[in-house]
Design a protein around this ligand. Structure first.
Ligand SMILES: Nc1ncnc2c1ncn2[C@@H]1O[C@H](COP(=O)(O)OP(=O)(O)OP(=O)(O)O)[C@@H](O)[C@H]1O
Length: 589
Protein backbone atom coordinates (compact mmCIF):
# COMPACT_ATOMS: atom_id res chain seq x y z
CA UNK A 1 0.00 0.00 0.00
CA UNK A 2 2.90 2.33 -0.59
CA UNK A 3 1.33 4.38 -3.41
CA UNK A 4 0.23 7.86 -2.62
CA UNK A 5 -3.40 7.96 -3.68
CA UNK A 6 -5.31 11.11 -4.61
CA UNK A 7 -6.71 12.95 -1.60
CA UNK A 8 -10.25 12.41 -0.34
CA UNK A 9 -13.09 14.78 0.20
CA UNK A 10 -11.84 17.56 -2.05
CA UNK A 11 -13.52 17.86 -5.39
CA UNK A 12 -11.00 17.88 -8.18
CA UNK A 13 -12.20 18.73 -11.67
CA UNK A 14 -12.33 15.54 -13.77
CA UNK A 15 -9.68 16.67 -16.24
CA UNK A 16 -7.13 17.42 -13.54
CA UNK A 17 -7.88 14.20 -11.71
CA UNK A 18 -7.35 12.25 -14.83
CA UNK A 19 -4.04 13.87 -15.51
CA UNK A 20 -3.01 12.59 -12.13
CA UNK A 21 -4.55 9.26 -12.83
CA UNK A 22 -2.64 8.90 -16.06
CA UNK A 23 0.68 8.82 -14.27
CA UNK A 24 2.17 5.47 -14.95
CA UNK A 25 2.22 3.35 -11.85
CA UNK A 26 4.54 0.60 -10.81
CA UNK A 27 2.84 -2.36 -9.13
CA UNK A 28 2.97 -1.59 -5.44
CA UNK A 29 3.86 -3.91 -2.61
CA UNK A 30 0.76 -5.81 -1.61
CA UNK A 31 -0.30 -5.79 2.02
CA UNK A 32 0.15 -9.26 3.45
CA UNK A 33 -1.28 -10.91 6.53
CA UNK A 34 1.80 -9.94 8.47
CA UNK A 35 1.94 -6.46 7.05
CA UNK A 36 -1.55 -4.96 7.35
CA UNK A 37 -2.39 -1.44 6.22
CA UNK A 38 -1.72 1.02 9.01
CA UNK A 39 -4.52 3.56 9.21
CA UNK A 40 -8.07 2.90 10.40
CA UNK A 41 -10.58 5.66 9.90
CA UNK A 42 -14.32 5.90 10.39
CA UNK A 43 -14.87 6.59 6.75
CA UNK A 44 -13.76 3.07 5.94
CA UNK A 45 -17.02 1.79 7.35
CA UNK A 46 -19.34 2.87 4.60
CA UNK A 47 -18.48 3.12 0.96
CA UNK A 48 -22.01 3.24 -0.35
CA UNK A 49 -22.74 6.16 1.99
CA UNK A 50 -19.85 8.00 0.45
CA UNK A 51 -21.09 7.18 -3.03
CA UNK A 52 -24.53 8.50 -2.19
CA UNK A 53 -23.14 11.63 -0.58
CA UNK A 54 -21.04 12.21 -3.64
CA UNK A 55 -24.02 11.76 -5.92
CA UNK A 56 -25.95 14.50 -4.13
CA UNK A 57 -22.97 16.79 -4.10
CA UNK A 58 -22.47 16.45 -7.83
CA UNK A 59 -25.18 19.01 -8.43
CA UNK A 60 -23.30 21.63 -6.44
CA UNK A 61 -19.96 21.34 -8.21
CA UNK A 62 -19.17 23.20 -11.37
CA UNK A 63 -20.67 21.58 -14.41
CA UNK A 64 -18.57 18.74 -15.76
CA UNK A 65 -19.64 19.96 -19.17
CA UNK A 66 -17.06 22.71 -19.00
CA UNK A 67 -14.41 20.04 -19.48
CA UNK A 68 -16.05 18.56 -22.53
CA UNK A 69 -13.93 18.27 -25.59
CA UNK A 70 -15.63 19.23 -28.84
CA UNK A 71 -16.26 16.24 -31.06
CA UNK A 72 -15.22 16.59 -34.71
CA UNK A 73 -17.79 18.36 -36.81
CA UNK A 74 -19.75 16.45 -39.43
CA UNK A 75 -18.12 16.25 -42.84
CA UNK A 76 -19.92 18.21 -45.57
CA UNK A 77 -20.63 15.09 -47.63
CA UNK A 78 -22.01 13.06 -44.73
CA UNK A 79 -25.61 11.92 -44.69
CA UNK A 80 -28.66 13.80 -43.53
CA UNK A 81 -28.05 14.70 -39.91
CA UNK A 82 -31.22 15.03 -37.92
CA UNK A 83 -30.74 17.08 -34.80
CA UNK A 84 -33.15 17.62 -31.93
CA UNK A 85 -35.92 19.99 -33.08
CA UNK A 86 -35.64 23.22 -31.06
CA UNK A 87 -39.42 23.51 -30.79
CA UNK A 88 -39.78 20.22 -28.94
CA UNK A 89 -38.03 20.42 -25.62
CA UNK A 90 -37.06 17.14 -24.03
CA UNK A 91 -37.27 16.29 -20.35
CA UNK A 92 -34.10 15.28 -18.52
CA UNK A 93 -35.33 11.69 -18.55
CA UNK A 94 -35.21 11.57 -22.34
CA UNK A 95 -38.99 11.51 -22.81
CA UNK A 96 -40.09 13.74 -25.69
CA UNK A 97 -43.33 15.66 -26.14
CA UNK A 98 -44.33 13.49 -29.09
CA UNK A 99 -47.21 11.12 -28.35
CA UNK A 100 -47.47 7.71 -30.00
CA UNK A 101 -51.06 8.78 -30.68
CA UNK A 102 -49.75 11.63 -32.88
CA UNK A 103 -48.52 9.03 -35.39
CA UNK A 104 -51.90 7.29 -35.32
CA UNK A 105 -53.70 10.60 -35.89
CA UNK A 106 -51.47 11.22 -38.91
CA UNK A 107 -52.31 7.75 -40.25
CA UNK A 108 -48.68 6.61 -39.92
CA UNK A 109 -49.06 3.95 -37.25
CA UNK A 110 -52.05 1.68 -37.00
CA UNK A 111 -54.31 1.63 -33.95
CA UNK A 112 -53.73 -2.09 -33.47
CA UNK A 113 -50.02 -1.46 -32.97
CA UNK A 114 -50.66 1.47 -30.67
CA UNK A 115 -52.70 -0.75 -28.39
CA UNK A 116 -49.51 -2.76 -27.72
CA UNK A 117 -47.51 0.27 -26.58
CA UNK A 118 -47.82 0.82 -22.83
CA UNK A 119 -46.50 4.41 -23.00
CA UNK A 120 -48.14 7.70 -23.95
CA UNK A 121 -45.04 9.67 -24.91
CA UNK A 122 -42.17 8.63 -27.15
CA UNK A 123 -38.63 8.79 -25.89
CA UNK A 124 -36.45 11.24 -27.76
CA UNK A 125 -34.86 8.60 -30.00
CA UNK A 126 -38.29 7.12 -30.82
CA UNK A 127 -39.67 10.56 -31.66
CA UNK A 128 -36.82 11.15 -34.07
CA UNK A 129 -36.41 7.76 -35.75
CA UNK A 130 -39.98 6.48 -36.21
CA UNK A 131 -40.82 8.79 -39.07
CA UNK A 132 -37.68 8.31 -41.21
CA UNK A 133 -37.97 4.54 -40.76
CA UNK A 134 -41.64 4.59 -41.74
CA UNK A 135 -40.71 6.52 -44.88
CA UNK A 136 -38.16 3.85 -45.86
CA UNK A 137 -34.88 5.66 -45.10
CA UNK A 138 -31.84 3.81 -43.89
CA UNK A 139 -31.03 5.05 -40.40
CA UNK A 140 -27.91 5.15 -38.25
CA UNK A 141 -29.07 6.10 -34.75
CA UNK A 142 -27.17 6.89 -31.59
CA UNK A 143 -28.97 7.39 -28.28
CA UNK A 144 -27.95 6.82 -24.68
CA UNK A 145 -28.41 3.44 -23.01
CA UNK A 146 -31.89 2.56 -21.80
CA UNK A 147 -33.71 5.18 -23.88
CA UNK A 148 -36.00 2.85 -25.80
CA UNK A 149 -34.02 2.09 -28.96
CA UNK A 150 -35.60 -1.38 -29.26
CA UNK A 151 -39.08 0.02 -29.75
CA UNK A 152 -37.63 2.81 -31.90
CA UNK A 153 -36.75 0.27 -34.60
CA UNK A 154 -39.30 -2.49 -33.93
CA UNK A 155 -42.41 -0.32 -34.08
CA UNK A 156 -41.84 1.41 -37.45
CA UNK A 157 -40.23 -1.70 -39.01
CA UNK A 158 -43.24 -3.85 -38.11
CA UNK A 159 -45.64 -1.12 -39.28
CA UNK A 160 -43.90 -0.61 -42.64
CA UNK A 161 -42.78 -4.10 -43.58
CA UNK A 162 -45.57 -6.21 -42.09
CA UNK A 163 -48.76 -4.22 -41.52
CA UNK A 164 -48.45 -2.03 -44.61
CA UNK A 165 -46.64 -4.29 -47.05
CA UNK A 166 -48.70 -7.20 -45.85
CA UNK A 167 -46.49 -10.07 -47.07
CA UNK A 168 -48.29 -13.38 -47.48
CA UNK A 169 -45.27 -15.73 -47.70
CA UNK A 170 -44.57 -16.03 -43.94
CA UNK A 171 -40.79 -15.93 -44.51
CA UNK A 172 -38.58 -13.34 -42.74
CA UNK A 173 -39.24 -9.78 -43.87
CA UNK A 174 -37.29 -8.29 -40.97
CA UNK A 175 -33.96 -9.59 -39.64
CA UNK A 176 -32.54 -8.20 -36.39
CA UNK A 177 -28.95 -9.04 -35.45
CA UNK A 178 -27.72 -8.84 -31.87
CA UNK A 179 -24.21 -9.47 -30.50
CA UNK A 180 -25.41 -11.55 -27.54
CA UNK A 181 -27.88 -14.37 -27.05
CA UNK A 182 -29.59 -12.78 -24.07
CA UNK A 183 -30.18 -9.55 -25.97
CA UNK A 184 -31.48 -11.45 -29.01
CA UNK A 185 -34.00 -13.26 -26.82
CA UNK A 186 -35.05 -10.01 -25.17
CA UNK A 187 -35.61 -8.27 -28.52
CA UNK A 188 -37.66 -11.19 -29.81
CA UNK A 189 -39.82 -11.12 -26.70
CA UNK A 190 -40.46 -7.41 -27.25
CA UNK A 191 -41.28 -8.08 -30.93
CA UNK A 192 -43.75 -10.79 -29.88
CA UNK A 193 -45.38 -8.36 -27.46
CA UNK A 194 -45.72 -5.67 -30.12
CA UNK A 195 -47.13 -8.10 -32.69
CA UNK A 196 -49.50 -9.51 -30.08
CA UNK A 197 -52.01 -12.00 -31.40
CA UNK A 198 -51.78 -10.78 -35.01
CA UNK A 199 -50.91 -13.18 -37.85
CA UNK A 200 -47.28 -11.93 -37.76
CA UNK A 201 -44.83 -14.19 -35.99
CA UNK A 202 -41.29 -13.75 -34.69
CA UNK A 203 -38.58 -16.29 -33.94
CA UNK A 204 -35.10 -16.25 -32.46
CA UNK A 205 -31.98 -18.26 -33.35
CA UNK A 206 -28.98 -18.12 -31.00
CA UNK A 207 -25.89 -20.20 -30.29
CA UNK A 208 -25.80 -22.63 -27.41
CA UNK A 209 -29.23 -24.07 -28.17
CA UNK A 210 -30.34 -27.06 -30.23
CA UNK A 211 -29.96 -26.07 -33.87
CA UNK A 212 -32.23 -28.86 -35.15
CA UNK A 213 -35.16 -27.69 -33.09
CA UNK A 214 -34.59 -24.17 -34.47
CA UNK A 215 -34.59 -25.59 -38.01
CA UNK A 216 -37.87 -27.31 -37.28
CA UNK A 217 -39.44 -24.16 -35.86
CA UNK A 218 -38.24 -22.12 -38.83
CA UNK A 219 -40.37 -24.31 -41.08
CA UNK A 220 -43.31 -22.53 -39.47
CA UNK A 221 -44.23 -18.89 -39.98
CA UNK A 222 -41.45 -16.38 -39.30
CA UNK A 223 -41.96 -12.74 -40.35
CA UNK A 224 -39.36 -11.29 -38.04
CA UNK A 225 -36.21 -13.17 -37.10
CA UNK A 226 -33.80 -12.16 -34.35
CA UNK A 227 -30.38 -13.83 -34.43
CA UNK A 228 -26.83 -13.79 -33.19
CA UNK A 229 -24.34 -13.71 -36.11
CA UNK A 230 -22.62 -17.08 -35.60
CA UNK A 231 -25.83 -19.09 -35.37
CA UNK A 232 -27.40 -17.21 -38.25
CA UNK A 233 -24.41 -18.04 -40.42
CA UNK A 234 -24.74 -21.67 -39.43
CA UNK A 235 -28.38 -21.63 -40.58
CA UNK A 236 -27.46 -19.88 -43.83
CA UNK A 237 -24.51 -22.11 -44.70
CA UNK A 238 -25.59 -25.48 -43.34
CA UNK A 239 -29.35 -25.60 -42.85
CA UNK A 240 -30.70 -23.92 -45.96
CA UNK A 241 -32.20 -20.80 -44.37
CA UNK A 242 -33.17 -18.36 -47.13
CA UNK A 243 -33.96 -14.66 -47.08
CA UNK A 244 -35.54 -14.13 -50.52
CA UNK A 245 -38.11 -11.79 -49.02
CA UNK A 246 -36.00 -9.79 -46.61
CA UNK A 247 -36.97 -6.10 -46.61
CA UNK A 248 -35.31 -4.77 -43.48
CA UNK A 249 -32.01 -5.53 -41.72
CA UNK A 250 -31.45 -4.16 -38.21
CA UNK A 251 -28.07 -4.17 -36.46
CA UNK A 252 -28.70 -3.55 -32.76
CA UNK A 253 -25.53 -2.63 -30.85
CA UNK A 254 -24.18 -1.88 -34.32
CA UNK A 255 -20.72 -0.82 -33.21
CA UNK A 256 -20.15 -4.13 -31.45
CA UNK A 257 -21.42 -6.09 -34.45
CA UNK A 258 -19.11 -4.16 -36.74
CA UNK A 259 -15.98 -4.50 -34.62
CA UNK A 260 -13.26 -7.11 -35.08
CA UNK A 261 -14.98 -9.85 -33.09
CA UNK A 262 -17.96 -10.08 -35.45
CA UNK A 263 -16.77 -8.36 -38.60
CA UNK A 264 -15.95 -11.51 -40.54
CA UNK A 265 -19.30 -13.16 -39.76
CA UNK A 266 -21.10 -9.95 -40.64
CA UNK A 267 -19.31 -9.72 -43.99
CA UNK A 268 -20.25 -13.29 -44.84
CA UNK A 269 -23.87 -12.73 -43.80
CA UNK A 270 -24.05 -9.53 -45.78
CA UNK A 271 -22.62 -11.25 -48.88
CA UNK A 272 -25.17 -14.05 -48.67
CA UNK A 273 -28.04 -11.64 -48.05
CA UNK A 274 -27.11 -9.33 -50.91
CA UNK A 275 -27.23 -12.31 -53.28
CA UNK A 276 -30.69 -13.23 -52.05
CA UNK A 277 -32.77 -10.27 -51.08
CA UNK A 278 -33.80 -7.14 -52.96
CA UNK A 279 -31.30 -4.29 -53.31
CA UNK A 280 -33.91 -1.94 -51.87
CA UNK A 281 -33.59 -3.52 -48.44
CA UNK A 282 -33.80 -1.03 -45.58
CA UNK A 283 -30.90 -0.95 -43.10
CA UNK A 284 -31.22 0.30 -39.52
CA UNK A 285 -28.16 0.57 -37.28
CA UNK A 286 -28.60 1.45 -33.60
CA UNK A 287 -26.21 1.88 -30.68
CA UNK A 288 -25.43 4.06 -27.67
CA UNK A 289 -21.84 4.40 -28.84
CA UNK A 290 -20.81 4.98 -32.43
CA UNK A 291 -17.23 6.03 -32.95
CA UNK A 292 -16.06 7.74 -36.17
CA UNK A 293 -14.34 4.45 -37.13
CA UNK A 294 -17.60 2.53 -36.81
CA UNK A 295 -19.43 5.25 -38.70
CA UNK A 296 -16.97 4.65 -41.53
CA UNK A 297 -17.57 0.88 -41.66
CA UNK A 298 -21.30 1.41 -41.21
CA UNK A 299 -21.40 3.10 -44.63
CA UNK A 300 -21.00 -0.36 -46.17
CA UNK A 301 -24.40 -1.34 -44.82
CA UNK A 302 -26.22 1.93 -45.40
CA UNK A 303 -27.41 3.82 -48.45
CA UNK A 304 -25.42 7.04 -49.06
CA UNK A 305 -28.57 9.02 -48.30
CA UNK A 306 -29.19 7.46 -44.91
CA UNK A 307 -30.31 9.56 -41.95
CA UNK A 308 -27.85 9.91 -39.09
CA UNK A 309 -29.86 10.55 -35.96
CA UNK A 310 -28.11 11.30 -32.71
CA UNK A 311 -29.94 12.30 -29.57
CA UNK A 312 -26.59 12.71 -27.84
CA UNK A 313 -25.36 16.28 -28.20
CA UNK A 314 -21.90 16.70 -29.74
CA UNK A 315 -20.60 18.19 -26.49
CA UNK A 316 -22.28 15.55 -24.35
CA UNK A 317 -21.05 12.15 -23.20
CA UNK A 318 -22.85 8.86 -23.65
CA UNK A 319 -23.76 8.33 -20.00
CA UNK A 320 -26.73 9.71 -18.10
CA UNK A 321 -26.41 12.85 -15.99
CA UNK A 322 -28.44 11.23 -13.22
CA UNK A 323 -25.99 8.35 -12.65
CA UNK A 324 -23.34 9.01 -10.02
CA UNK A 325 -20.17 7.43 -11.37
CA UNK A 326 -17.20 6.80 -9.13
CA UNK A 327 -13.95 4.93 -9.25
CA UNK A 328 -11.74 3.59 -6.52
CA UNK A 329 -8.14 2.40 -6.76
CA UNK A 330 -7.63 -0.73 -4.73
CA UNK A 331 -5.10 -3.53 -4.91
CA UNK A 332 -6.56 -6.66 -6.54
CA UNK A 333 -6.55 -8.74 -3.37
CA UNK A 334 -9.08 -6.34 -1.82
CA UNK A 335 -11.56 -6.38 -4.70
CA UNK A 336 -13.63 -9.36 -3.55
CA UNK A 337 -13.50 -8.34 0.14
CA UNK A 338 -14.80 -4.96 -0.94
CA UNK A 339 -17.67 -6.56 -2.85
CA UNK A 340 -18.58 -8.64 0.21
CA UNK A 341 -18.63 -5.56 2.42
CA UNK A 342 -20.54 -3.60 -0.19
CA UNK A 343 -23.24 -6.27 -0.28
CA UNK A 344 -23.66 -6.19 3.50
CA UNK A 345 -23.60 -2.40 3.87
CA UNK A 346 -25.88 -1.63 0.97
CA UNK A 347 -28.45 -4.26 1.92
CA UNK A 348 -28.65 -2.76 5.41
CA UNK A 349 -29.52 0.59 3.84
CA UNK A 350 -31.75 -0.69 1.09
CA UNK A 351 -33.13 -4.24 1.23
CA UNK A 352 -33.97 -3.90 -2.47
CA UNK A 353 -30.36 -3.54 -3.50
CA UNK A 354 -29.95 -5.02 -6.97
CA UNK A 355 -26.47 -5.00 -8.43
CA UNK A 356 -24.80 -6.17 -11.61
CA UNK A 357 -21.12 -6.72 -11.09
CA UNK A 358 -18.99 -7.05 -14.23
CA UNK A 359 -15.64 -8.83 -14.32
CA UNK A 360 -12.97 -8.86 -16.99
CA UNK A 361 -13.32 -12.53 -17.97
CA UNK A 362 -15.76 -15.42 -17.66
CA UNK A 363 -13.26 -17.22 -15.38
CA UNK A 364 -12.90 -14.21 -13.08
CA UNK A 365 -16.70 -14.06 -12.87
CA UNK A 366 -16.92 -17.76 -11.98
CA UNK A 367 -14.22 -17.36 -9.33
CA UNK A 368 -15.96 -14.37 -7.71
CA UNK A 369 -19.33 -16.14 -7.69
CA UNK A 370 -17.78 -19.29 -6.19
CA UNK A 371 -15.72 -17.48 -3.52
CA UNK A 372 -18.40 -15.01 -2.45
CA UNK A 373 -20.93 -17.84 -2.55
CA UNK A 374 -19.01 -19.50 0.31
CA UNK A 375 -19.65 -16.51 2.59
CA UNK A 376 -22.93 -15.90 4.36
CA UNK A 377 -23.95 -12.77 2.49
CA UNK A 378 -27.35 -11.10 2.64
CA UNK A 379 -27.87 -10.85 -1.12
CA UNK A 380 -28.58 -13.84 -3.34
CA UNK A 381 -25.79 -14.34 -5.89
CA UNK A 382 -26.55 -15.08 -9.55
CA UNK A 383 -23.91 -15.93 -12.13
CA UNK A 384 -23.77 -15.52 -15.88
CA UNK A 385 -20.91 -15.87 -18.34
CA UNK A 386 -19.89 -17.76 -21.45
CA UNK A 387 -18.69 -20.83 -19.52
CA UNK A 388 -22.24 -21.55 -18.39
CA UNK A 389 -24.62 -23.53 -20.57
CA UNK A 390 -27.27 -21.51 -22.38
CA UNK A 391 -30.02 -22.96 -20.20
CA UNK A 392 -28.10 -21.89 -17.07
CA UNK A 393 -27.60 -18.43 -18.56
CA UNK A 394 -31.27 -18.07 -19.40
CA UNK A 395 -32.29 -19.27 -15.95
CA UNK A 396 -29.91 -16.85 -14.21
CA UNK A 397 -31.21 -13.93 -16.29
CA UNK A 398 -34.81 -14.86 -15.57
CA UNK A 399 -34.26 -15.33 -11.84
CA UNK A 400 -32.31 -12.12 -11.48
CA UNK A 401 -34.91 -10.21 -13.51
CA UNK A 402 -37.68 -11.41 -11.23
CA UNK A 403 -35.72 -10.91 -7.99
CA UNK A 404 -36.32 -7.78 -5.93
CA UNK A 405 -32.73 -7.85 -4.69
CA UNK A 406 -29.53 -9.69 -5.52
CA UNK A 407 -26.18 -9.46 -7.22
CA UNK A 408 -25.52 -10.77 -10.70
CA UNK A 409 -21.89 -11.72 -11.24
CA UNK A 410 -21.48 -11.23 -14.94
CA UNK A 411 -18.97 -11.22 -17.74
CA UNK A 412 -19.67 -9.03 -20.74
CA UNK A 413 -22.52 -11.24 -21.97
CA UNK A 414 -24.95 -8.87 -20.25
CA UNK A 415 -22.99 -5.68 -20.88
CA UNK A 416 -25.14 -4.49 -23.76
CA UNK A 417 -28.82 -4.01 -24.26
CA UNK A 418 -30.05 -6.15 -21.38
CA UNK A 419 -33.02 -4.47 -19.73
CA UNK A 420 -33.42 -5.72 -16.17
CA UNK A 421 -35.68 -3.64 -13.94
CA UNK A 422 -34.57 -2.12 -10.65
CA UNK A 423 -30.77 -2.27 -10.95
CA UNK A 424 -29.55 0.12 -8.26
CA UNK A 425 -25.80 -0.10 -8.93
CA UNK A 426 -23.44 -1.31 -11.62
CA UNK A 427 -20.03 -2.33 -10.31
CA UNK A 428 -17.16 -2.95 -12.71
CA UNK A 429 -14.22 -4.86 -11.28
CA UNK A 430 -11.02 -4.48 -13.28
CA UNK A 431 -10.40 -2.48 -16.41
CA UNK A 432 -13.15 -2.72 -19.02
CA UNK A 433 -12.02 -3.65 -22.52
CA UNK A 434 -12.57 -0.08 -23.72
CA UNK A 435 -14.56 3.07 -22.85
CA UNK A 436 -17.54 1.89 -24.93
CA UNK A 437 -17.80 -1.23 -22.83
CA UNK A 438 -17.65 0.88 -19.66
CA UNK A 439 -20.55 3.00 -20.97
CA UNK A 440 -22.70 0.03 -22.02
CA UNK A 441 -22.15 -1.82 -18.74
CA UNK A 442 -23.02 1.32 -16.76
CA UNK A 443 -26.15 1.60 -18.88
CA UNK A 444 -27.67 -1.45 -17.16
CA UNK A 445 -28.78 0.95 -14.42
CA UNK A 446 -30.72 4.21 -14.60
CA UNK A 447 -32.80 3.03 -17.55
CA UNK A 448 -35.88 4.80 -18.86
CA UNK A 449 -35.30 7.84 -16.66
CA UNK A 450 -34.67 5.94 -13.41
CA UNK A 451 -31.72 6.67 -11.11
CA UNK A 452 -28.74 4.49 -10.30
CA UNK A 453 -25.05 4.57 -9.54
CA UNK A 454 -21.86 3.14 -10.96
CA UNK A 455 -18.64 2.11 -9.29
CA UNK A 456 -15.45 1.15 -11.10
CA UNK A 457 -12.91 -0.76 -9.00
CA UNK A 458 -9.43 -0.66 -10.50
CA UNK A 459 -6.07 -1.84 -9.29
CA UNK A 460 -3.55 1.03 -9.22
CA UNK A 461 -1.76 -0.50 -12.21
CA UNK A 462 -4.99 -0.22 -14.26
CA UNK A 463 -5.55 3.47 -13.64
CA UNK A 464 -4.35 4.50 -17.09
CA UNK A 465 -7.77 3.45 -18.32
CA UNK A 466 -9.19 6.59 -16.67
CA UNK A 467 -7.05 8.78 -18.90
CA UNK A 468 -8.44 7.28 -22.14
CA UNK A 469 -9.41 10.05 -24.53
CA UNK A 470 -12.87 8.57 -25.05
CA UNK A 471 -13.58 8.89 -21.32
CA UNK A 472 -12.72 12.60 -21.26
CA UNK A 473 -16.34 13.64 -21.31
CA UNK A 474 -17.57 10.93 -18.93
CA UNK A 475 -18.08 12.41 -15.44
CA UNK A 476 -16.51 9.62 -13.41
CA UNK A 477 -14.96 10.89 -10.21
CA UNK A 478 -12.93 9.41 -7.45
CA UNK A 479 -14.89 7.96 -4.51
CA UNK A 480 -14.84 10.00 -1.31
CA UNK A 481 -12.83 7.29 0.33
CA UNK A 482 -9.47 6.15 -0.95
CA UNK A 483 -8.64 2.49 -1.42
CA UNK A 484 -5.89 2.84 1.13
CA UNK A 485 -8.26 4.22 3.77
CA UNK A 486 -10.77 1.52 3.04
CA UNK A 487 -8.59 -1.58 3.41
CA UNK A 488 -8.59 -1.86 7.25
CA UNK A 489 -12.36 -2.31 7.27
CA UNK A 490 -11.98 -5.04 4.67
CA UNK A 491 -9.59 -7.17 6.73
CA UNK A 492 -12.26 -9.46 8.25
CA UNK A 493 -13.73 -10.01 4.79
CA UNK A 494 -10.36 -10.81 3.34
CA UNK A 495 -9.74 -13.39 6.07
CA UNK A 496 -13.05 -15.05 5.22
CA UNK A 497 -12.32 -14.92 1.52
CA UNK A 498 -8.86 -16.41 2.04
CA UNK A 499 -10.52 -19.40 3.66
CA UNK A 500 -13.10 -19.54 0.90
CA UNK A 501 -10.38 -19.51 -1.76
CA UNK A 502 -8.63 -22.46 -0.18
CA UNK A 503 -11.85 -24.44 -0.29
CA UNK A 504 -12.30 -23.86 -4.04
CA UNK A 505 -11.14 -26.47 -6.52
CA UNK A 506 -7.85 -26.00 -8.34
CA UNK A 507 -9.54 -25.64 -11.70
CA UNK A 508 -11.61 -22.56 -10.71
CA UNK A 509 -8.56 -20.75 -9.35
CA UNK A 510 -6.15 -21.90 -12.00
CA UNK A 511 -8.36 -20.91 -14.92
CA UNK A 512 -8.99 -17.49 -13.33
CA UNK A 513 -5.22 -16.99 -13.18
CA UNK A 514 -4.77 -18.02 -16.82
CA UNK A 515 -7.64 -15.84 -17.95
CA UNK A 516 -6.20 -12.86 -16.08
CA UNK A 517 -2.88 -13.30 -17.83
CA UNK A 518 -4.63 -13.68 -21.20
CA UNK A 519 -6.89 -10.64 -20.77
CA UNK A 520 -4.25 -8.23 -19.55
CA UNK A 521 -1.50 -9.41 -21.88
CA UNK A 522 -3.82 -8.37 -24.71
CA UNK A 523 -4.17 -4.90 -23.14
CA UNK A 524 -0.59 -4.06 -22.13
CA UNK A 525 -0.51 -0.82 -24.08
CA UNK A 526 -3.68 0.46 -22.46
CA UNK A 527 -2.09 -0.02 -19.04
CA UNK A 528 1.44 1.02 -19.98
CA UNK A 529 2.85 -2.23 -18.61
CA UNK A 530 5.54 -4.53 -19.91
CA UNK A 531 4.94 -8.27 -20.20
CA UNK A 532 7.29 -9.03 -17.35
CA UNK A 533 5.72 -6.49 -14.95
CA UNK A 534 2.32 -7.95 -15.81
CA UNK A 535 3.60 -11.43 -15.04
CA UNK A 536 4.75 -10.23 -11.62
CA UNK A 537 1.27 -8.80 -11.00
CA UNK A 538 -0.48 -11.97 -12.10
CA UNK A 539 1.83 -14.16 -10.04
CA UNK A 540 1.19 -11.96 -7.02
CA UNK A 541 -2.55 -12.38 -7.68
CA UNK A 542 -2.05 -16.16 -7.55
CA UNK A 543 -0.59 -15.85 -4.08
CA UNK A 544 -2.40 -12.92 -2.47
CA UNK A 545 -5.87 -13.47 -3.92
CA UNK A 546 -6.07 -17.09 -5.03
CA UNK A 547 -3.94 -18.34 -2.11
CA UNK A 548 -2.30 -20.75 -4.53
CA UNK A 549 -0.12 -23.25 -2.70
CA UNK A 550 1.27 -20.73 -0.26
CA UNK A 551 3.47 -23.31 1.38
CA UNK A 552 5.44 -23.80 -1.80
CA UNK A 553 7.80 -21.06 -2.91
CA UNK A 554 9.11 -20.24 -6.33
CA UNK A 555 7.94 -21.29 -9.78
CA UNK A 556 6.38 -24.56 -8.67
CA UNK A 557 4.13 -22.57 -6.35
CA UNK A 558 2.36 -20.95 -9.30
CA UNK A 559 -0.77 -22.26 -10.99
CA UNK A 560 0.12 -24.31 -14.06
CA UNK A 561 -0.49 -22.92 -17.55
CA UNK A 562 -0.59 -25.05 -20.66
CA UNK A 563 2.43 -24.41 -22.84
CA UNK A 564 0.04 -24.30 -25.78
CA UNK A 565 -2.12 -21.60 -24.12
CA UNK A 566 0.92 -19.47 -23.27
CA UNK A 567 2.01 -19.83 -26.89
CA UNK A 568 -1.22 -18.17 -28.05
CA UNK A 569 -0.53 -15.16 -25.81
CA UNK A 570 2.66 -14.25 -27.73
CA UNK A 571 4.69 -14.09 -24.53
CA UNK A 572 8.43 -13.53 -24.63
CA UNK A 573 10.84 -16.26 -23.58
CA UNK A 574 11.73 -14.18 -20.52
CA UNK A 575 8.06 -13.90 -19.54
CA UNK A 576 7.43 -17.59 -20.10
CA UNK A 577 10.32 -18.35 -17.75
CA UNK A 578 8.35 -16.58 -14.98
CA UNK A 579 5.40 -18.97 -15.44
CA UNK A 580 4.74 -22.55 -14.48
CA UNK A 581 4.32 -23.98 -17.98
CA UNK A 582 3.11 -27.56 -18.29
CA UNK A 583 2.26 -29.92 -21.14
CA UNK A 584 -0.89 -31.14 -19.44
CA UNK A 585 -3.14 -29.69 -16.77
CA UNK A 586 -4.03 -31.76 -13.70
CA UNK A 587 -7.73 -31.31 -14.52
CA UNK A 588 -9.87 -31.21 -17.67
CA UNK A 589 -10.67 -27.70 -18.95
N1 LIG B 1 -41.69 5.61 -24.70
C1 LIG B 1 -41.26 5.04 -23.59
N2 LIG B 1 -41.59 5.54 -22.38
C2 LIG B 1 -41.14 4.96 -21.24
N3 LIG B 1 -40.39 3.85 -21.20
C3 LIG B 1 -40.03 3.32 -22.38
C4 LIG B 1 -40.44 3.87 -23.62
N4 LIG B 1 -39.94 3.10 -24.62
C5 LIG B 1 -39.23 2.11 -24.04
N5 LIG B 1 -39.29 2.23 -22.70
C6 LIG B 1 -38.67 1.32 -21.70
O1 LIG B 1 -37.31 1.75 -21.53
C7 LIG B 1 -36.48 0.65 -21.17
C8 LIG B 1 -35.22 0.63 -22.02
O2 LIG B 1 -35.55 0.36 -23.36
P1 LIG B 1 -34.54 -0.37 -24.35
O3 LIG B 1 -34.08 -1.64 -23.76
O4 LIG B 1 -35.15 -0.41 -25.69
O5 LIG B 1 -33.33 0.68 -24.31
P2 LIG B 1 -32.06 0.81 -25.28
O6 LIG B 1 -31.95 2.25 -25.66
O7 LIG B 1 -32.12 -0.19 -26.37
O8 LIG B 1 -30.88 0.46 -24.26
P3 LIG B 1 -29.40 -0.13 -24.56
O9 LIG B 1 -28.60 0.98 -25.17
O10 LIG B 1 -28.90 -0.50 -23.21
O11 LIG B 1 -29.56 -1.28 -25.49
C9 LIG B 1 -37.33 -0.60 -21.37
O12 LIG B 1 -37.74 -1.09 -20.11
C10 LIG B 1 -38.52 -0.11 -22.17
O13 LIG B 1 -39.67 -0.85 -21.91
Amino acid sequence: MSRALPSRGIYTPPNRRRQGASTRSVPSQRGTDTNPPKRVTEETIDLLGSIRAASTSTATVSSPHENFVQRPKRQPDSPINISRPASRPVSPTGISQTRFMDFVDQGKISKSLLSKIPYEFCTEVQAQTIEPILSGSDVLARAKTGTGKTLAFLLPAIQRHLLEFNPKHGRPSILVLSPTRELAMQIEKEAQRVMGDSIWKSQVVVGGTNVNSEVLKLKGRCDLLVATPGRLLDHLQNYGLKFEHLRCLVLDEADRLLDQGFRRDLEKISKILSGESPATRQALLFSATISPDVQQIAQLYLSPKHAFISTVKESDDSTHEHVAQEFILLETEWHLPMLAKFMVDSTQKNPNTKVICFFTTARATALAAAALGKLKLPLPIYEIHSRKSQSQRTKATQQFTEASSGILMSSDVTARGIDIPGITTVIQVGMPMNPEQYIHRLGRTARAGKTGSGLLILAPWEQRFLAHKDLRTVPIKEANISGEAMTPSLMPWRDNLNKAMLSLDDKTRCTAYQAMLGYYSGNLKAMGLSQSSLTLIVNEYAKATLRWKLDVTGKEGLPPILRRTAGKMSLSTETKAQLNLVAQLPFTE
